[in-house]
Design a protein around this ligand. Structure first.
Ligand code: ATP
Length: 232
């Protein structure tokens, strides 16, 4: 049984259909990257998994359980944690308070505030600083740390490198092996295809709301990825 199963998921916003017949299996312990151009539906896919968008119950299964109708807070309790695009932090709360918010509905597990500070040493000295005063990279680290505080089995990361300088992106990605080693399954959306290929065991490429390519980066050629990405 896969940790996460999407079965023929089609969804969107009102009359606008953003996803068409998505079938996806994510195995426990795997790191899976979703790539694709702007508007391909990558964020919509994550919103469907975390519960911001609902489907029929059976269409999204987590650990064998139908969750398609559950709201996000219930899914956090089951072990699905979502780090949205755009470095969302609570600006007037301190770093420590932001992390505490992430511990709401938490499962038991290894991630504690101290573990997050160990993972991102740059946050450690900023504990009492309000989040609005942090740099983009620090806010992104905080957003990921907050996501980890619920002790997820599945961590959904949307575009963690967007708008950050390469050296900052490198710092954020340095944390990834420790997250993976902790046993957390990671599903990440990444515009930087090179980054996705380096980190992921499997990739899915989306184009206009559809899956156009899936497999291990070792088995897929750059030409195939290019063709799928641009639809040529
Ligand atoms: P990006 O990298 O630009 O975020 P994406 O692959 O994540 O792209 P989505 O954000 O999932 O794409 O968007 C898929 C489609 O759904 C796009 O056509 C987009 O305009 C539309 N869309 C996204 N969010 C909404 C919304 N809240 N209301 C209406 N349409 C939306």
């Amino acid at each position: 049984m896969s940790l996460l199963e999407l079965n023929d998921v089609s969804t969107g916003y009102g009359h606008f259909q953003a996803l068409f017949n998505i079938n996806l299996r994510i195995e426990e312990g795997e790191t899976h990257a979703v790539i694709g151009a702007n508007g391909a539906g990558k964020s919509t896919l994550l919103r469907t998994i975390c519960g911001l968008l609902r489907t029929e119950a059976e269409k999204v299964r987590f650990d064998g359980r139908p969750v398609g109708q559950l709201p996000p807070n219930k899914r956090v309790g089951l072990g699905i944690s979502y780090v949205p695009e755009g470095r969302w932090v609570f600006p007037s709360l301190t770093v420590a308070e932001n992390l505490m918010v992430g511990a709401h509905s938490r499962r038991t597990g290894m991630w504690t505030m101290d573990k997050v500070y160990e993972l991102f040493p740059l946050l450690s000295r900023l504990r009492q600083r309000q989040a609005f005063s942090l740099s983009g990279g620090e806010q992104q680290a905080l957003a990921i740390g907050r996501g980890l505080m619920s002790n997820p089995r599945l961590l959904l990361l949307d575009e963690v490198s967007l708008g950050l300088a390469p050296v900052v992106v490198e710092k954020i990605y340095e944390a990834m092996p420790a997250i993976i080693k902790s046993g957390t399954t990671v599903l990440l959306v990444e515009q930087d295809v090179g980054q996705a290929i380096r980190f992921a065991d499997r990739i899915t490429c989306m184009l206009e709301g559809r899956q156009v390519l899936e497999g291990s980066p070792k088995e897929i050629s750059n030409e195939e990825i290019f063709a799928a990405y641009f639809g040529v």
